[in-house]
Design a protein around this ligand. Sequence first.
Ligand code: WT7
Length: 656
Amino acid sequence: MSTTAPSDKTASDVYPPSAEMVANAHIDAATYDEMYAASISDPEAFWGEHGKRIDWIKPYSIVKNTSFEPGNVSIKWFEDGTMNVSANCVDRHLATRGDQTAIIFEPDDPNEAAKHITYKELHAAVCKMANILEDLGVRKGDRVVLYLPMIPEAAYAMLACARIGAIHSIVFAGFSPDALGARINGSDAKVVITADYAPRGGRQTPLKSNADAALLHCKDSVKCLVVKRTGGQTTWVEGRDFDYNELSLEADDYSKPVEMNAEDPLFVLYTSGSTGQPKGVVHCSAGYLVFASMTHEYVFDYKDGDIFWCTADVGWVTGHSYIVYGPLANGATTVMFEGVPTYPDASRFWQVCEKHKVNQFYTAPTALRALMGQGNQFVEKCDLSSLRILGTVGEPINPEAWNWYNDVVGKGRCPIVDTWWQTETGGHLLTPLPGAHALKPGSAMKPFFGVQTVVLDPHTGEEIHDYPCEGVLCLKDSWPGQMRTVWGDHERFEKTYFGDYKGYYFAGDGCKRDADGDYWITGRVDDVINVSGHRMGTAEVESALVAHAKVAEAAVVGYPHDIKGQGIYCYVTLMNGVEPTDDLVKELRTWVRTEIGPIASPDVIQWAPGLPKTRSGKIMRRILRKIAENDYGSLGDTSTLADPSVVDDLIANRAG
Ligand code: WT7
């Protein structure tokens, strides 16, 4: 991926913070340097202090107990402390800000009224949901799958699980019934919480009927709690399906938060990797919350009274950490937006910013690129004077999009925090801090406190100490928000993240570090592609394709896409005698959408009578990537191929 490879002129494109920002931000340059140094030289003391930002039932005495040692990877933070995440995100604010808005809900349809939910109301709703779940038989340690639109009930459900010690696993509402079923079974969930329909961009996804289809493949004992979002028609299975709206009228609005150990799991979130099926990333209670809340406060320079808007979906980690847990732990007002950036038109984001006087706005480069293409008038007709900080996440941001964001949206007044992190990291690892760092378009800049980034030589695995340099990005030591294990498979956890470079957590990304020590992410170095900021394993799309009766073999690679960052390019070999037709292209697209979900929809399908393979039968993806990128000048050595002529055929018949 090359959208943001730092060009030679980057050194001159530097945007220092304004004097006003430096004077008012939580962290200025000197404070960053001092705190960062302290966090690395004595992590125990540093996190021992910052762990106190959340409320504890029983305080911890042990701060850090972590090992990246091969065969013995173990990560524990604050391990002898007890607390409750829901109490931290809700109850502890009641005395000081019970009547303050916790969540602003902005519906898909701009003509439907927004809702302002106070901390008191949030408390009652979370307690009711907790009691409903307990009545359905959910107990501490049980799993609950959430398959919901971006509605306040999603936050209630997350916090209700946390309150009773259940582990939630959110499945993005854009995933198919098959993917949902696999995740219900994968975590052996007791209850699925869904809604009748999910309104989005003026259309409605039939979530309940998707859940019905998924549940056909699950144990009969799994119960389904249904939020009536639209009141539209659904089928109903007596004894299995429960009506949330009805139950919540009767449910008690108090539920005592369960005392949880710091290391008790808070949630599982499935994410794609370079091999196999998606894995369940496990995050635990205290360390995650400390890290999510601290990054939320410092990276966005969040101050009391600010209105914070992260446009992600709660189905992704960004929504977990920066719509729900980080902001609510900080007593913030967080915006939950049900819709899409372009509905009813390309002005929607900016209208919502104006309407709710948003101070911090956090989105993905892919959305910015799509909006940039619609023209500036959509931004300019809105009053964006409330904005103070802008953020991006999910993929490298190309300088054009950065400049547009800075000039047209931020009017040159709002620092852009380009935050690099992952589902696995729980919160931001690399980012500038708005009052501390001079920004460089396309650079994720500096490690957050306690984060020990290193650049390794991919061949030798040695740390590179030079500036500038290029290599693979690794973490040398743990931070409190780090994932603890893969659900049900600790060995896979060790192998995936600690198997390549002994003693280091390997993120899967390549990077450059410039002469000033600032980091530039160059993209994944494994078989993971980044489509509109969403992670997709090429292996997953391949296995979906070969599951089709007419497909003999498939190889999938990413290629540069103007809006999505990367698109999905599929080489497909058909079974003997099957005709390659345009209708079959459509059929395969639909097939992948049903197998995984619309986000995995192939952009390009090229018929491949043969795939370039080594004599031992390994597909040479490097070559396929070059062909997809339309870059044949540098195919490299093809002499090891079993049949070099397949390459000429693929080039001659390149699709797209
Ligand atoms: C991968 C993680 C973290 C929430 C969203 C995606 C890429 C993420 C950036 C950024 C360059 C980025 C990386 C990373 N990525 N943020 N600011 N600059 N690349 O979470 O699905 O876990 O994907 O997204 O490649 O490894 P995810």
